[in-house]
Ligand binder design. Structure first.
Ligand code: B12
Length: 507
């Protein structure tokens, strides 16, 4: 039977290919999903020879007529290239790429793939798969890009031998996409040198979904604004699902996932629209009643909203602040919120007693001065505790505005940036989580920022900060990290335990 295989990388929950499966299966197209490698945000590593062999054997068994690779992030390109090469060397099947990276770099992707799909793929993948299966023309399919053997006269032709068609208008009613199917015999997970049949999500403690698509902000380090530009004049970019549709999806997850303890909403901006939220909290509490986590934004955090969400089960908010320096935030990161707005948001989260508040910062990157990192320390001291900090570096992601800024400001040149952006997966993660800045004072303020998140170390941070001119104090503060760093691990296990207990009480 003709079928399509879709492969995700380092992500067994992969919303992208799960939505595509829904679209294909709804049209009666046989679809298999392979989750190649599990998610590991600290030490991902690439695939082993054995894992590649397992994939090859599985593809030989499934005999697909089209193979789609989900290239969501450039960080995992090393694994994507290995898989792509194996497919090219071993099979004659056309290969299709899609996902955020492909959307922003269709020409580059076509150096490896026969077809690319830009943007949201539901309708296009159905049209392309039908065309490939039935050997009918695909040249006019919107969102599609493909290689041609001889030159074409099409206006959409961007480079020789390549056609990139226009994108279709965005689907405004995203309920029409439905939601991913849980379980099924068409799912395979390859990880740790083992192939497991069945949907890996079914045994998970958490369920991940998104109640919206798109983001209204223009942060320079994120791809969202660049994806939005691909869709210029093609309709509304930020769209919300109906509460009904979201609750239906969650009810199925709750019924089918026996270990389910927590829900993650991965909306770039969780809805703050009154009617939607009122309806959601009422139904969520009544029909789902499990702790849930959202990503927050300082400009979308107000007391009535957070109070309602906490009553419904909101247990964790992760809020990107990224820098305490107004200069870095505005001029480098293109973020519009002011210092007082961030502090007020932190008051709201603390006053509403959100059980877990996590602030995200990008530090020690080439745009930052010692004065900027000192300002981040000062902001952290003004945030209302309790909170946790997620401190990391800046990933230069291909196609983002910050890459062009780094070139224009002579911070890095094109070759240096290419090397950074396309280096092996582990190197990119080391840069992201690493502690590579050599300036002693930058390391000093970084250490103090870390200390602001624990009530036990906060007074020490204040003490060290007041004496930052003294070399001995700077040395002492840097040494004291060895004492405070383990606090993070202790807190992690403590919070995890509390969360499981809380979920057991609720269910
Ligand atoms: C939610 C999310 C996550 C979740 C993923 C949850 C999950 N279950 O999948 C979590 C928090 C785990 C996560 C982790 C990471 N993420 Co993330 N994430 C997002 C976010 C906000 C939304 C993605 C999403 O689920 N959208 C909804 C689904 C339905 O859309 P989609 O995935 O884009 O899929 C559609 C199309 O792209 C296309 N498509 C997708 N796959 C395929 C395959 C084929 C064959 C075809 C034809 C089409 C196609 O069709 C799909 C349906 O319309 C995006 C931002 C964004 N605007 O995309 C960042 C984003 C994708 N993440 C990003 C990054 C960097 C990461 C991490 C590397 C972060 C880190 N340092 O660890 C990891 C990598 C995870 C991984 N292994 O892939 C970057 C990627 C950019 C880049 N160049 O690398 C983005 C764009 C954000 C940013 N900073 O710019 N992420």
């Amino acid at each position: 039977m003709k079928n399509i295989v879709l492969i995700s990388f380092h992500n067994q929950k992969a919303l992208g290919i799960r939505y595509l499966e829904k679209a294909l299966v709804s049209e009666g197209i046989a679809t298999n999903l392979i989750f190649f490698k599990g998610f590991n945000s600290i030490k991902p590593g690439t695939c082993s020879k054995h894992e590649l062999q397992l994939l090859k054997e599985l593809i030989s068994e499934l005999k697909p007529d089209l193979i789609g690779l989900s290239v969501m992030t450039s960080l995992y390109l090393e694994t994507v290239y290995e898989v792509n090469k194996m497919l090219r060397d071993s099979f004659n099947t056309p290969v299709l790429w899609g996902g955020v990276y492909t959307t922003l770099f269709p020409e580059r992707s076509l150096e490896h793939a026969d077809f690319v799909i830009r943007g949201e793929g539901e309708q296009t993948i159905v049209e392309l798969t039908k065309a490939v299966f039935n050997s009918t023309p695909y040249t006019d399919i919107l969102n599609l890009g493909y290689r041609v053997s001889n030159n074409s006269s099409s206006n959409d032709c961007k480079s020789e031998g390549i056609i990139i068609n226009d994108v279709r208008p965005l689907c405004e009613n995203i309920d029409l996409f439905g939601y991913p199917e849980l379980g099924g015999v068409n799912k395979y997970f390859i990880n740790n040198d083992t192939l497991t049949k069945g949907d890996p999500i079914l045994n998970s403690l958490s369920f991940e979904l998104t109640a919206s698509r798109g983001c209204p902000y223009v942060c320079s380090y994120c791809c969202s604004v660049n994806i939005k530009r691909v869709y210029k004049n093609k309709g509304k970019y930020v769209r919300f699902r109906s509460v009904d549709n979201v609750i239906e999806e969650l009810k199925i997850a709750k019924a089918r996932m026996k270990n389910l303890k927590v829900i993650h909403f991965w909306d770039e901006i969780f809805s703050d629209e009154d009617n939607w939220v009122d309806d959601f909290v009422l139904r969520y509490k009544k029909e789902i009643n499990l702790p849930f986590e959202i990503w927050g934004h300082p400009l979308r955090t107000n007391k009535p909203l957070i109070e309602k969400l906490v009553k419904a089960g909101l247990y964790k908010v992760v809020m990107g602040i990224q820098s305490g320096s107004p200069r870095v935030r505005k001029q480098v990161f293109h973020r519009v919120e002011k210092q007082e707005e961030i502090i007020n948001a932190s008051k709201t989260l603390a006053d509403c007693k959100v059980p877990q508040v996590n602030y995200d910062f990008m530090l020690q990157h080439p745009f930052e001065t010692v004065e900027d990192i000192k300002e981040t320390y000062e902001l952290c001291m003004s945030l209302k505790p309790p909170f946790e900090l997620q401190l990391h570096g800046l990933n230069f992601l291909p196609g983002t505005d910050i890459v062009d800024m780094a070139i224009k400001m002579n911070i890095l040149n094109t070759e240096e940036l290419e090397k950074i952006m396309y280096s092996p997966i582990q190197e990119q993660y080391n840069m992201y989580w690493g502690y590579t800045n050599n300036s002693v004072m930058s390391n000093f303020w970084y250490a103090l920022i870390f200390m602001t998140q624990f009530s036990i170390s906060r007074p020490f941070a204040r003490f060290f900060a007041a004496r930052y001119h003294s070399k001995n104090i700077v040395k002492l503060a840097l040494k004291s990290q060895a004492v405070f760093k383990p606090l993070k691990k202790i807190r992690y296990y403590y919070k995890k335990g509390i969360l499981v207990l809380r979920a057991m009480r609720l269910s």
